[in-house]
Design a protein around this ligand. Structure first.
Ligand SMILES: Nc1ncnc2c1ncn2[C@@H]1O[C@H](COP(=O)(O)OP(=O)(O)O)[C@@H](O)[C@H]1O
Ligand SMILES: CC(C)(COP(=O)(O)O)[C@@H](O)C(=O)NCCC(=O)O
Length: 268
């Protein structure tokens, strides 16, 4: 289970279907898990959680699990200095988000002899570079486009929400509205200038995101200390982010869940 800041994601076994739930519906989580078990079969022995969500939300998960599945063991993963061929760059691994850690573990397993740039597009967008030997050189954390909206509209409330209604309608965040704005003539060209508030806000957030990820990736490519790398993109906003990246990247939506399975085997 991947307990992020926006959503809970889980699957039963390494190949099960991926299920997601917004925190607003978190009270239903154990019921949904029981439904998953009933539909997919098998006997649940252990739940492994990678959580970056705040303590109150983790406590909610914990109490639901204790009530619904009292005999099942629960393992809360932590970022480790070394795991599954990954050597973490942070001197204090406890600071490093366990979701980023699991994504690195998954990337290493997918490409054991290659350098990778791992981008996680969740509530925050993180970018982490790991060389071909599994040494994580470090990374960065920036707000997702949705977080930009929340931050800007908190400070300038008259602007109103610009992505939130898309999220609520389950269209995957920004794509629908952004494409209306970014491709006004359906030519596929990204627009530069908007002439209404909503479009200006969407365009601004998209340009900030696109400029940041492209410039960061380009800077790494030019840096002799970070030799040629593959780019892997995970997280709920990964599809959209991939469309903004001006270089080849593989979209692996469930990179964190993949890494959880591998890290759990080693941290048991
Ligand atoms: N139904 C949805 N609810 C929330 N976010 C969504 C949804 N669909 C796509 N997204 C996008 O995915 C991001 C959240 O991705 P996710 O990987 O679940 O984040 P986290 O790990 O932080 O919980 C949001 O910022 C948004 O851009
Ligand atoms: C950066 C994050 C907030 C990203 O979380 P997410 O967007 O997946 O909810 C999370 O990885 C985290 O809390 N990290 C701790 C700080 C760090 O990694 O340096």
């Amino acid at each position: 289970m991947d307990a992020g800041n926006s959503r809970i994601k889980w699957r039963v076994g390494p190949q099960g279907d991926v299920h997601t739930l917004d925190w607003a519906q978190a009270e239903e989580w154990a019921t949904r898990l029981m439904d998953t078990l009933a539909a997919e079969g098998g006997v649940l022995k252990r739940v492994v959680v990678a959580a970056v969500a705040p303590p109150a939300r983790c406590a909610l998960i914990k109490s639901q699990l204790a009530a619904a599945l009292p005999d099942v063991s629960v393992q809360w993963l932590r970022s480790r200095a070394r795991c599954c061929g990954v050597r973490l760059g942070y001197p204090d691994p406890g600071q490093f988000g366990v979701d980023r850690f699991c994504a690195l573990v998954a990337a290493r397993a997918r490409h054991p002899d290659q350098a990778v740039l791992v981008i996680n597009a969740g509530t925050a967008v993180t970018m982490d570079y790991m060389n071909a030997s599994g040494d994580h050189a470090g990374g960065m954390i920036m707000p997702s486009m949705y977080a930009m909206e929340v931050g800007l509209t908190a400070l300038a409330p008259n602007l109103g929400p610009f992505f939130a209604d898309d999220r609520a309608s389950g269209t995957g965040g920004v794509k629908k509205k952004a494409s209306k704005t970014a491709k006004p003539d359906n030519s596929g060209e990204v627009g530069y200038l908007a002439v209404d508030t909503h479009s200006a806000l969407v365009l601004g957030a998209r340009w900030m995101m696109a400029a940041a990820v492209n410039q960061m990736a380009a800077a790494l490519m030019e840096d002799a200390s970070t030799p040629a790398f593959r780019i892997l993109i995970g997280g709920g906003g990964g599809d959209d982010l991939q469309s903004m990246l001006g270089m080849p990247a593989m979209h692996v939506p469930d990179l964190v869940l993949e890494g959880i399975v591998l890290a759990a085997r080693q941290q048991r």
